[in-house]
Design a protein around this ligand. Structure first.
Ligand SMILES: *Cc1c(COP(=O)(O)O)cnc(C)c1O
Length: 396
């Protein structure tokens, strides 16, 4: 998955242009910047690649999620339905707005289970947020139908699946808004950065203003601009954007390598009857950033994960016990441990999380193993890895 593996001259050249101009900020300084607008350039490239009318770059993927919801008017007490298997950024971005994260189960797609989403909907629900974990996507037809029926937003977290698609559309472009992360371990990176994409003009303008203190970005005197509503600073720097300008051009070549390596690993364990694979929805194409499979029981999965580590097959994840990605270790959320007082709405409404039964998620996640696909592997490394993976799993 990581774009940092293939960082080179192209990235250096783009960063050098920014350093030469000396304008490290994305807005203003028109005369000094010698025509370099790296953030704008990356936004244009993203909206073209993702087939949406608009793209807004932001300082991180977490910022993208926050700004996406803020731009669509999500605020205090609004409920956002999230999967039990995701990254902590999902509920952090919700809490940042005083909104309330509501967890729902994942199914054998390792993403939001539409049945569980239906059960989680209340009169306060404003957003359904599928998270396309580990390279593959949620059942977007089913989820968008639920969203339509209940008149709530569908906001896609495509941070781990950039370049994948559903029903012919790039992931992130299917919902009302889609979010990407360009942090250092994502498929393409800016060092730190993120983006939202949308076809909705109002959301885009709100995102553009909100992420820069509410600046309305009219005219060419920043100090004279007005602020139609309250904002915050979620800007990306030109230096970070410059790295992304080079990386986005390489996205499709990264995806090609990722798929090739994925298929070799997958092929090596296909015929092991105890191994089954994560379900990819019928209309979906993965971005192949992880190979995800189920072992027959939780006990066997634990054993397999341990054996893989011992055999030196790195990049294998057992998410069920992971501190960052699965609900079982989110005690800080469940116990509302925050530095300062949380908004009253959050305190009143969050309580439910702790009492919920997530045994359906546990059923799948307890048996799941994911193998990170790297793009920097040599052919030899991939085939030796495939052999070792097969050997370990057969021995279990
Ligand atoms: C990485 C990631 C994020 C957050 O991105 P940052 O840029 O690190 O803030 C959000 N959601 C998912 C699923 C991620 O993997």
């Amino acid at each position: 998955m990581p774009g940092f593996e293939l960082f080179g001259d192209l990235e250096r050249q783009e960063v050098q242009k920014v350093l030469d101009s000396g304008v490290l900020m994305r807005y203003g300084f028109d005369g000094m910047r010698k025509g370099h607008w790296k953030a704008r350039e990356l936004e244009k490239a993203l909206s073209e690649r993702m087939q949406t009318r608009y793209a807004q770059l932001l300082s991180s993927g977490t910022a993208a999620l926050t700004v996406a919801m803020a731009s669509a008017g999500v605020g205090a007490g609004d409920e956002v339905i999230l999967p039990t298997f995701t990254f902590v950024a999902s509920f952090e971005s919700v809490l940042a707005l005083g909104a309330v994260p509501v967890l729902a189960d994942v199914d054998d797609t390792l993403t939001l289970d539409p049945h569980s989403v239906k059960q989680a909907i209340t009169s306060r629900t404003r957003v359904i947020m599928p998270v396309h974990m580990c390279g593959s996507m949620a059942d977007l037809d089913a989820l968008s139908e639920i969203a339509r029926e209940h008149n709530v937003l569908l906001i896609e977290d495509a941070c781990q699946a950039i370049g994948g698609s559903y029903a012919g559309k790039p992931l992130g472009s299917f919902g009302d808004i889609g979010c990407f992360s360009f942090d250092y371990v994502k498929t393409i990176t800016c060092g730190e950065g993120g983006a939202l994409i949308t076809n909705n003009e109002a959301y885009y303008h709100n995102a553009d203003h909100f992420s820069d203190h509410g600046h309305d970005h009219t005219g060419n005197d920043r100090g004279a601009e007005s602020h139609p509503f309250l904002g915050y600073n979620y800007r990306i720097s030109e230096l970070n954007a410059a790295v992304g300008v080079a990386q986005v051009r390489r996205l499709d070549s990264f995806l090609e390598i990722q798929e090739k390596h994925y298929r070799i690993l997958e092929q090596s364990i296909r015929d092991i009857p105890e191994v089954t694979f994560r379900r990819v929805p019928e209309k979906g194409i993965q971005n192949y950033s992880f190979l995800n499979f189920f072992m027959p029981t939780e006990e066997i999965a634990r054993k397999a994960h341990k054996a893989l580590l011992e055999a030196g097959v790195d990049g294998s994840f057992y998410w069920f016990d992971n501190n960052w990605h699965y609900h079982r270790k989110w005690d800080h959320l469940k116990n509302q441990v925050s530095l300062g007082k949380l908004p009253q709405e959050v305190r009143d409404q969050l309580g439910r999380t702790d009492q919920q039964d997530f045994s359906k998620s546990d059923h799948w996640m307890g048996r799941t193993i994911s193998m990170l696909i790297k793009i920097g592997w040599s052919e030899e490394e991939v085939s030796s890895r495939a052999n070792r993976l097969r050997k370990v799993l057969k021995s279990i």
